[in-house]
Design a protein. Structure first.
Length: 107
């Protein structure tokens, strides 16, 4: 099973196992990872699942859709070049070991 590591702003980390096709947001909420609110349930409508993807993983992600790009303009924490919505990161075997950092706040 692929795994994702979520790093909290205080440096604590949670490593969770995922399933193929599951989003990074779904994996976080299923495992009770604090810091991913997912208010819209993964429908790319709220940006409360904002994460900072570790630089070494960015090139492995699919291109960002216009909808995701627009939502990232309204995040509660600063948008950075490695910002993504975790609901739009669908896990594949190639993403086993993905590392994302959680922002200070989602709302």
């Amino acid at each position: 099973m692929p795994a994702i590591t979520y790093i909290h702003p205080n440096g604590r980390s949670d490593r969770v196992e995922t399933s193929d096709g599951e989003s990074a947001m779904q994996a976080a909420t299923r495992h009770g990872v604090d810091g991913i609110l997912a208010e819209c349930g993964g429908n790319a409508m709220c940006a409360t699942c904002h994460v900072y993807v570790d630089e070494s993983w960015l090139a492995r992600l699919p291109a960002m859709a216009d909808e995701e790009d627009a939502l990232l303009e309204g995040t509660a924490s600063e948008r950075l070049p490695n910002s993504r919505l975790s609901c739009q990161i669908h896990i594949t075997p190639a993403l086993d070991g993905l590392i994302v950092r959680l922002p200070e706040r989602q709302v």
